[in-house]
Design a protein. Structure first.
Length: 268
């Protein structure tokens, strides 16, 4: 171990990450409590009138850890084999298709909205609480498509319970090299990445942030860890800075804020 000390992983699931994100925001700024966050930190706060934490003002960025590939998946019940074919199929059926997500205001919900807008069609949103429920309903053909993270759907793709048509990233994924990037089928505006990174409470000293960042980068550059990320559909981000990570989160916040506002998305 780099520090020669035990590291306690305190998983606090529930309420769309509200519990864990609040804990990190209120923790002592001594470098001993860090948070592994993703897009849900931003979205969960945006979906509430009075969230118990400030998504950006309460933290400082430490390290952008991973970029996670999103995939356009469809039910095998639809008679299409490729993304371009699906685009044609959907555009002649306005209002007839629906898409799944892992809940109202989730990243998969916003990704589905982005894709549907880029496609130029109106689709019905069908939220689910678990990926298992989503998988079952899509496999039966009751839900037509979804934009979900590759780690969430990889097993279903391997077992051919779902069909991957495109990755929502600028380039193809090494895990799905035969699946085109969404820009290749003429929908660059449908690109949608998710991410994860490490943050610290906002008053954490710059010295501590820089030390943590450097140590995390050492770990991310290890080939075994990079291969492990890749197998799960994620890419380790080895070239970033604390300030760059913070700017990225600020840009993401503005993007999601506009999506939620313009899409009239409200919590259940």
């Amino acid at each position: 171990m780099l520090y020669g000390q035990r590291v306690v992983i305190d998983s606090r699931p529930g309420a769309g990450g509200l519990i864990g994100n609040t804990l990190v925001s209120q923790a002592a700024a001594d470098g001993y409590t860090l948070g592994m966050v993703g897009v849900t930190r931003l979205i969960t706060a945006l979906m509430r009138e009075q969230p118990p934490y400030r998504p950006l003002a309460d933290i400082v960025g430490v390290a952008h850890v991973a970029s996670i590939t999103n995939v356009l998946v469809v039910t095998p019940q639809i008679p299409v084999r490729g993304a371009a074919e699906f685009v044609r199929y959907a555009r002649v059926r306005p209002g007839e298709l629906n898409f799944a997500s892992l809940g109202i205001g989730s990243a998969s919900h916003l990704a589905g909205v982005v894709f549907s807008r880029a496609l130029g069609v109106t689709a019905v949103h069908v939220p689910f609480r678990t990926i298992t429920s989503t998988d079952v309903e899509m496999r039966l053909g009751l839900v037509h498509y979804a934009v979900l993270t590759l780690p969430a759907v990889l097993a279903s793709l391997r077992e051919e319970r779902l069909r991957a048509l495109a990755v929502m990233t600028p380039q193809r994924s090494v895990m799905l090299p035969e699946v085109p990037a969404i820009a290749e089928v003429g929908l660059p505006d449908a690109q949608f990445d998710t991410w994860s990174g490490i943050v610290a409470p906002r008053s954490t000293s710059r010295r501590i942030v820089e030390q943590l960042h450097g140590d995390i980068m050492l770990g991310l550059r290890k080939s075994a860890l990079r291969r492990s990320f890749m197998r799960q559909g994620a890419e380790s981000m080895v070239d970033n800075t604390p300030d760059g990570f913070m700017r990225m989160m600020q840009e993401e916040y503005l993007r999601y804020e506009a999506l939620i506002r313009d899409g009239g998305i409200r919590p259940e």
